[in-house]
Design a protein around this ligand. Structure first.
Ligand SMILES: *Cc1c(COP(=O)(O)O)cnc(C)c1O
Length: 420
């Protein structure tokens, strides 16, 4: 992927300087700092162009060939391209490209597969699950009965025998795998077996790892799972949006759940941008990219551990790591996130398994390599980034030192331009 893109904002520059200046400042922040939030990425010029295009103007409720508005001949071409490319990319029998984001995609999938009040199993938020995986403050925990599983206290990884034992007791209608803060590979085949054994629908939310699944760096559950949801803006490197893939037998239910069940008019400019991203993800370059994300994460993990930082589960198999900053550096997650931000390193505070602190100020931070890998960085740069992280954490209370690190990081990042 060509790492040098222009930002085309000439009209805004002349007509709305407040927004123009803010967008340019945000672009500079993205370019001058080390972006480690594992759910973020930098999209291509093609994705940006499609997102800023005229299909935005169209109402197209319904699906290709059966719309509730006239004038959708060309919109159908766009949406069918997105559907066909997505099916090919993941080997899906059916695809719905209309969900506006990850959370509504999950809501639509639950609407399709369960009755309100049904019981399902998802991972605890504090051990890697997402809010929409049954947390009590979220619709998923309010509209359904969620029984949550977690990780093993010793290994900090999923113990599949324990999940099976729980599933036999709970008899859920659906078991959800796929997480937001789990640094290890997921044994999707095992989840399929567990679901078959207890007669549950088998669903995955691969929002974080979709790019790895598409690029061959993680097992892809789509061909043998009932329903798979994913965002398109994380490792998949597309626009801020989502999709649902499923077996043919669930196609009608999924489509009806998205529209008219949940959403109104689809965002066809974003669907065009998704189609662009799916084409990019079919290239050999993207396969290399997804493999490099994992190599980079492993290199960063090794160096962080060598520098005395404890990683949850002692490492990573994917694009992300959880660092136990409380145990390693006597800093809370909130303090660590703040110190790193002052130094120009962006991450998010995160609970670690069996955290004794609160989600507002937990023991850990979550970091990952998708953005830095998109910028063209390799293993040696990951080791340098690990040293920046350790240095910032060691100087967490020294503003002047943190600002010096920020200047060094700006210099370091200028070697990896992306948006000009
Ligand atoms: C990011 C994420 C979502 C939610 O996506 P939004 O687009 O922010 O609504 C859902 N599930 C998982 C596992 C995620 O990581």
């Amino acid at each position: 992927m060509d790492a040098k893109y222009e930002m085309h904002l000439s009209y805004l520059k002349d007509h709305d300087s407040a927004i123009f200046n803010a967008i340019v400042a945000e672009k500079e922040r993205q370019m001058d700092g080390i972006e480690l939030i594992p759910s973020e990425n930098l999209v291509s010029q093609g994705v940006l162009e499609a997102m800023g295009s005229v299909p935005n103007n169209k109402y197209s409720e319904g699906y290709p060939g059966k719309r509730y508005y006239g004038g959708n001949e060309i919109i159908d071409i766009i949406e069918n391209l997105a559907i066909d490319r997505l099916k090919k990319l993941f080997g899906a029998e059916h695809a719905n490209v209309q969900p506006n984001s990850g959370s509504p995609a999950n809501m639509a999938a639950y609407f399709a597969l369960m009755e309100l009040g049904d019981t399902f199993m998802g991972m605890k938020l504090t051990e890697g699950g997402h809010l929409t995986h049954g947390h009590k403050v979220n619709f998923s925990g309010k509209l359904y009965k969620c029984k949550q599983y977690g990780v093993d206290k010793e290994t900090e990884m999923i113990d599949y025998d324990t999940v099976l034992k729980q599933a036999k007791e709970i008899k859920p209608k659906l078991i959800l795998s796929g997480y937001t803060a789990y640094p290890r590979s997921i044994d999707f085949k095992r989840f399929r077996e567990i679901c078959d054994e207890v007669g549950a629908f088998c669903m995955a939310d691969i929002a974080h790892i979709a790019g790895l699944c598409a690029g061959g760096a993680h097992e892809n559950p789509v061909p043998y799972f009932d329903v798979v949801t994913t965002t398109t803006h994380k490792t998949l490197r597309g626009p801020r949006s989502a999709v649902i893939m499923c077996k043919g037998e669930f196609a009608e239910k999924i489509d009806k759940a998205v529209f008219p069940g949940l959403q109104g008019g689809p965002h066809e400019h974003t669907i065009a941008a998704k189609a662009v991203a799916f084409k990019e993800a079919q290239t050999p370059e993207f396969r290399d990219y997804s493999a490099q994300i994992v190599k980079n994460a492993k290199a960063m993990a090794e160096e962080l551990m060598a520098l005395g930082l404890r990683l949850v589960s002692n490492g990573t198999d994917n694009h992300l790591m959880l660092v136990d900053v409380f145990k390693s550096k006597n800093l809370t997650g909130k303090e660590a996130e703040h110190a790193l931000e002052v130094a120009g390193i962006y991450c998010n505070k995160n609970t670690i398994p069996f955290d004794e602190r609160t989600p507002w100020d937990p023991s850990g931070i979550r970091i990952g390599t998708p953005v830095l890998t998109t910028r063209g960085m390799k293993e040696s740069e990951m080791k340098e980034v690990a040293r920046f992280i350790a240095k910032a954490l060691d100087n967490a209370k020294d503003e002047a030192k943190l600002r010096q690190i920020k200047a060094d990081i700006k210099e370091f990042c200028s070697g990896f331009p992306f948006y000009k």
